[in-house]
Write a protein that binds this ligand. Sequence first.
Ligand SMILES: *Cc1c(COP(=O)(O)O)cnc(C)c1O
Length: 393
Amino acid sequence: MDTASLIRQDAAHVLPTYARSPLALVRGQGLTAWDAEGNAYLDFTSGIGVNSLGYCHPAWVQAVTQQAGTLQHTCNLYYNPPYIALAETLCARTGLDKVFFGNSGAEANEGAIKAARKYSVDLYGPARSGIITLQNSFHGRTLATLTATGQEVFHRDFGPFPAGFAYVPAGDMAALTAAADEHTCAVLVELVQGEGGVVALDADYVGALAEFCAQKDILLIVDEVQTGIGRTGTLFAFEQYGILPDIVTSAKGLGGGLPIGAVLMRGKVAEHMGAGSHGSTFGANPVACAGANAVLDTLDEVFLAGVRQKAARLRAGLEALPHVAAVSGLGLMLGLAFDREDITAAAVRAACEREGLLVLTAKSRLRLLPPLVLSDANIDAALAVLHKVLAAL
Ligand SMILES: *Cc1c(COP(=O)(O)O)cnc(C)c1O
């Protein structure tokens, strides 16, 4: 099972939709991943924000294996304990009232779009179904979420797209109020644009947006697929913006490594989603929900305070690195912009990988999404590699 033969077999049989690194990971523990040849890597990607507790956290492994040996799946015509416990925790800790479980971020956003349209169409008629999203956003790869994604590059060659989406620049309330009309049912935003380059929205803008939406009964949907589950230092990023959205989506970090997505919403929206209005065969899977319950149990207030401390230490270290022009993002969702055009995030990422540190890119920025369980020693080790790589440029 060496790397070269795995790469050959992948090329023979798997769709080449990803620009992969020449790296095959076979095992992980904490923040360390090992490749097929036994080399160790310090992982500051968390599998793009998914492994919130790192690799194979004991509480998570225990919860998942226990559930897998007890009841691995039932259809959604029956009740089972793990999803009910998860729903209760998510509602209690967000202030939202109801939740629907799917299997991914895109699916969660699809559910959010459907719930928003159902509410609006029931109350105001079929013409009020428009969704406004932000330029440079990312909401997923299904046709509706791809359409919601405000980046032209994703829209080539896959049309026709669902109707009813409009895009406005982030931070521009005038553009938003001009775009919102009698057909608008919802505004969908990421509070920190992840794939768009780790760009946090301005707090005043988000406050004004929430107020405008409330006045017009336009639903505010916050896509917390990447920002949620402790990533930004609070359970959800909206808490730091002082708002309570009408609908919040969650996925990536929620399952701690298993596929799960959630759409949380206020009761006034939820009451329109009756029997038959939405569904998912795998949604609310007991094993995935058991993993999510272990994640949320771990992410108590003391743990989240620790995340904020670690984030401050990491951010201060990053700001002091050579060639770093700016550090963007929130909590443990961080982007690095460099001070020279010829220093590309892709080249820095590749150099870090050769030095045993796994990091990501987002647009022109280097992106760090370390597991929330990282230690000060992990932070210092990552900073040392970044320093070595950047100082050589
Ligand atoms: C990753 C991501 C998605 C899509 O999630 P999938 O699980 O890949 O479908 C949607 N929105 C945001 C903000 C994301 O970061």
